[in-house]
Ligand binder design. Structure first.
Ligand SMILES: [Zn+2]
Length: 179
């Protein structure tokens, strides 16, 4: 069963502000300004935040369409990893080395639910921290500024829904391929 955890985009202030500015520019019919802000977001946010920005924008469009029909949007998956690429689900480092299986859970946000997926990938450092149950160390590793309420909710959900030990895989292979 999908469990609802409240998640507030207010805890990602940079993304939130950018998303709001793009949306108000679009609402005002200022397509050029919206495009300029989007380009700025991609340049400043880098690949990871840029992808999340795109996904959040798409999820908000879906939410609005659902609301217009008097519904809630269907659960929506957001991932910092590129299509076909894996990233550590804790610190967003590329090239994770293991994954931990979880029972999929949802983090409820404004107007909808974001899904965790059924695997949490981990880089070597995050694997050590998870196995040592060292969540204070995880907070320091991720960086207090990046350790938003969303990240805390995600890690809390991970702890509650983890199904077992680390599953290793051949470096350079993608265990997501062909699933
Ligand atoms: Zn990591």
């Amino acid at each position: 069963m999908t469990e609802r955890i409240d998640f507030d985009l207010a805890d990602a202030p940079w993304l939130r502000t950018l998303v709001q500015r793009v949306r108000s520019a679009r609402d005002a019919g200022e397509q050029e300004e919206a495009a300029r802000l989007e380009a700025y977001g991609r340049a400043e946010g880098g690949d990871v935040l840029g992808r999340m920005f795109d996904q959040i924008m798409a999820s908000l469009d879906e939410r609005d369409a659902a609301l217009a029909r008097g519904e809630r949007m269907a659960p929506y998956g957001i991932s910092a990893a590129e299509e076909g690429q894996l990233a550590c689900d804790f610190c967003a480092a590329v090239d994770p080395v293991v994954y931990f299986e979880v029972t999929e859970f949802g983090i409820g946000g404004p107007g909808g639910t974001f899904l965790s997926g059924d695997r949490f990938y981990a880089c070597p450092r995050c694997r050590e921290l998870v196995e040592a149950d060292d969540w204070k160390g995880m907070r320091e590793w991720i960086g207090p500024k990046q350790f938003s309420i969303g990240t805390r909710m995600m890690i809390m959900g991970f702890k509650q829904h983890r199904k077992g030990g680390a599953v290793t895989f051949e470096p350079g292979t993608n265990p997501e391929a062909g699933r």
